[in-house]
Design a protein around this ligand. Sequence first.
Ligand code: GDP
Length: 389
Amino acid sequence: MSTTRNIGILAHVDAGKTTITERILFRTGATYKQGEVHDGTTVTDFDAQERQRGITIFAAAVSCTWDEHRINLIDTPGHVDFSAEVERSLRVLDGAVAVFDGVAGVEPQSESVWRQADQHRVPRIAFVNKLDRAGADLDAAVASIRTRLRVTPLVVQLPIGAEDGFTGVVDLVTRRAYTWVDGAIVEVDVPDPAEAARRRRLLEETVAELHAGALEEFVADDALKDATLRDALRELTGTGAGVVVLCGSAYKNRGIEPLLDAVVAYLPSPLDVAPVDPQRPATPDAPFAGLVFKVQAATTGRLTYVRVYSGTIAKGATVLDTGTGRTERISRILHVQADRHTELDDASAGDIVAVVGVKHARVGSTLCAPDAPLVLEAATTAEPVVSVA
Ligand code: GDP
């Protein structure tokens, strides 16, 4: 069944969030051309000021598809000065990828964003990036996750090679080794089967310790064993009891496919998370309710980004904005992709879309069915509409 993942990438400035986003959009086919951070062509860096400063200031949601699952990527600023913006994106996420620099490990800013995500109970997986850099050390980064973030790391991948010679990863859950030649994954034999087996045993022991009973079904059947371990890891991710750790090098395009697989495998679908209101289950036939989390001026007109929590919103529908008390008409519903927009006839519970036609809604406003008003949260004061270059 195809499902949705609403995720954000949380990272300290320079850890590689922009590069990872680029690689994901490229790999999922959402972009025709791969951008590079240094030449200012990256598609998520909408703003000229942002390009100049090299940090992500303004959030935007981008949709892509992986293995028939929709992944809505909500951009979150990596700079601590934009903490309010991080908070705002955390509200509409169901899961996140926390990125760490393979040389520096957990840095102070990654720690503060991690704490914010804790407050919002956002399930996370960790990606230790830049393993191609001199001095990169997965084990040291993992140790800093354990001590500084005070969470049990569940290392599911091992690097193949180190620094300049880093060529890929071994996934301990699927027991696959991935390496890359000319951008394509080539499956290779696990380079060090004894080490992989030792690490896998360690992982199983840690999971068993954190989640008594989860591994009881372990039998001689490898496939069942792998599926059981994956389910246990998904559950631990959901409760925050442990964090799945992956690794790679965004710059060298290594580790992106297993990262996308892990997003689908370990992070929850919006339909699996608790409803925002008992009267509003996350089903398509419940009364419509959605939260506005970003407003941008674009060439297509004013884009109002909405997280749909319940029901269905159709093109042409009239909605009530409980933030302003006005009713407004939705003229278009879009999935914003890297370099184009896809027009939708409707959007339902769990999705994140940009709507056109809503002229007055503010960040924090609830849009809902006029005959079933709801306030998801107090609307913030009027915010300037951010222009997109
Ligand atoms: P952001 O600030 O988190 O968005 O980080 P960027 O994606 O802009 O990356 C910051 C710098 O690190 C850029 O110069 C990237 O080219 C570089 N970078 C990103 N990922 C990697 C990686 O895996 N390896 C290396 N060596 N450099 C990387």
